[in-house]
Design a protein around this ligand. Structure first.
Ligand SMILES: Nc1ncnc2c1ncn2[C@@H]1O[C@H](COP(=O)(O)OP(=O)(O)OP(=O)(O)O)[C@@H](O)[C@H]1O
Ligand SMILES: [Mg+2]
Length: 282
């Protein structure tokens, strides 16, 4: 199928419905992401954001609708088959093994993408040695890019939540996604640390060049990173467009952005509570 191609993926979600008993967690959502686009998805707790990502990655089966990757319907593909064509999914609670070191975690991610067979490694065939060297070089590269040098030999369980999340992003970079679904990469970390994620997420997108669907509670962060934003409420899309349009859309304000003065104020181009950044440009 063409979805196994290279480069950023094109994603289309058509009239997707996911029901849990009587609850329509996703209620007829249609979305389209162009190759390389960053789309931010925001909305209140329980509005269906994670369920939408689950349906796109194949973890839940929709009651209706379609997921189309590079023009091919992937409704019948298992999550691992979708992963094999470049769909990478991160979770709200960064699922990493606490006993592994940062380096081993990254090696595992690299192996998942590009497994060397056991026979070649055991007999130290030249190409296998070369590919081991290439893997090490890739890992050195992401450790440098994500500033993880000091943590290389530390166990995941010893790291702060923020650093664990950076390791998660570094693993994602090694997985070479074509379509990346990020579920609240800054969940559970302090505001100051969250701000440091803007350049990291940018670097991740630049390194992989992939298409990104970013679910994020931190509206200013999401709006700063995205090309377009989507607001969901009770399973449905209520507003979609460039962040500057969505932030003034009465439907978005009513559904979510206006719910809190804080969210509304902070989602502006320059939050007045943070004057240290100086004057914003035009
Ligand atoms: N496995 C499940 N079984 C039953 N109901 C579920 C299940 N998963 C989600 N729901 C319900 O579906 C709705 C959407 O939940 P979902 O987790 O997708 O929201 P969300 O927007 O990701 O919320 P949050 O911002 O809190 O992460 C909620 O009403 C939730 O209770
Ligand atoms: Mg969620």
């Amino acid at each position: 199928m063409t979805a196994s191609g290279t480069g950023p993926a094109h994603l289309e979600v058509r009239e997707l419905v996911v029901s849990f008993g009587g609850v329509r967690a996703v209620d007829g959502v249609s979305l389209e992401l162009s190759p390389g686009e960053v789309l931010a998805l925001v909305g209140a707790n329980g509005s269906g954001k994670t369920t939408l990502l689950d349906a796109i990655s194949g973890l839940v089966t929709p009651a209706a609708g379609h997921v189309v990757l590079d023009g091919e319907n992937v409704d019948d593909l298992l999550p691992e088959e979708r992963a094999a064509v470049g769909l990478v999914r991160s979770f709200q609670d960064a699922r990493l093994f606490p006993e592994l070191t940062v380096e081993d975690t990254l090696l595992l991610s690299e192996d998942g993408r590009n497994p060397s067979d056991v026979v070649s490694i055991t007999f130290r065939l030249p190409w296998a040695r070369r590919s081991e060297r290439a893997k090490r070089a890739d890992i050195d590269d992401v450790i440098g890019s994500f500033r993880l040098g000091a943590f290389r030999h530390r166990r995941i369980g010893q790291l702060s939540t923020g650093t664990r999340r950076v390791v998660d992003l570094a693993s994602i970079a090694l997985a070479r996604p074509r379509l990346l679904l990020l579920d609240e990469p800054t969940a559970g970390i302090a505001q100051r640390e969250a701000e440091a994620f803007v350049p990291l997420l940018r670097r991740l997108q630049q390194m992989t060049g992939c298409t990104v669907l970013l679910v994020e509670h931190d509206v200013p962060l999401a709006f700063e990173l995205c090309d377009r934003a989507v607001v969901m409420a009770t399973g449905a899309v209520v507003s979609v467009g460039p962040p500057d349009v969505v932030r003034h859309d009465p439907r978005a304000l009513e559904a979510y952005l206006g719910a809190s003065e804080e969210v509304l104020r902070a989602s502006g181009p320059l939050a007045p509570a943070q004057p240290a950044g100086g004057l914003a440009g035009p």
